[in-house]
Design a protein around this ligand. Sequence first.
Ligand code: PLP
Length: 396
Amino acid sequence: MYGVKDQLRAELDQIEADGLTKKERLITTPQAAHIGTTQGEALNFCANNYLGLANHPDIVAAAREALDEWGFGMASVRFICGTQTQHRDLEKAIADYVGTEDAILFPSCFDANGAIFEVLLTAEDAVISDALNHASIIDGVRLSKAQRFRYANRDMAELRSRLEEAREAGARRTLIVTDGAFSMDGYLAPLEEICDLAEEFGALVMVDDSHATGFVGEGGRGSHEACGVMDRVDILTGTLGKALGGGSGGYVAGPVEVVELLKQRGRPYLFSNAVAPAVVAGSMKALEIARDSDEPRQVLRRNAELFRSLMDEAGFELLPGEHAIVPVMFPGDDGARKAAEIADAMLAKGVYVIAFSFPVVPRGQARIRVQLSAAHSEDDVRACVDAFVAARDEVG
Ligand SMILES: *Cc1c(COP(=O)(O)O)cnc(C)c1O
């Protein structure tokens, strides 16, 4: 390694000295509301397991049956010999659920976002991106040669200015891209306003609905359903790794031509292995549950409402909203330390939540991000609030 090992060690030491080291907590059980860890049992409030499907018996059964029927691995990318009929069935079911003509699976949503911009946009085109968009959108945009514009989070006046700049720059195609729900604060993108602006400027709209598909909107179809613009969003990306079973895989959903072109030119589709058969079957079952049953969504909504109202009563500062992501705010210079200490104290009481501070969120806006799940019971939610109160008393 010619001394590189020492250089890397110094870099790691600096990350540690800055207090930014991320440590893996080792889980000893399946993903659930109640988990075991190598440091004891914990009530889990930091999974993306919104509908509680990650260890749902029907999904486990579907995946187990698929192991027998479809085998373990594909050992091929999709276009060579990696497409089973069930891959296409899942793609059609996703498209039908989110309301597009077709969809295409990727190994992850990270890869879906890695594919789409390069395929859709050239140097003649423009992409206009919300400043808080997910890292995979930022990376995907970098892979394209399009001119890049950025607007402050959900700031429609800035979006309009960027659209004007893109038009003045003579862009052939202009694509507006936004997360449907922003992961650090649970806010939805103002999709109706975005679609209005897109229409005015002749731009396309793409929404990454990873933190929405399955549970946001009346039927769980996503942020575009919640905002009443299901037929106005052109392209959606999403993940099978969150509400829809939490296995793995992602997709692009949109017009047939977009899907067909991705099959010709989408690099993660062409050069990375197909989603494993058991994951496809389990994800299909998860999608069916999300589509056919309102109950997990209702339980999730009840849990989020209960948590928000109890925390409000207890005097905590929350970001407003209805999303199952509930940020508990610790503002000011001392907030980062306080949030971290409270999260530690809560874990000692068996409640697992995560504190976020700069640079993940803006300076002075430290928070503990609580994620509710349909797998939580009312008692679980109350236990979480009790732990917040006790930890606050302890930390002062
Ligand atoms: C989680 C997430 C992703 C990544 O999804 P994977 O399938 O895990 O790669 C992409 N975009 C957004 C907005 C996300 O929240």
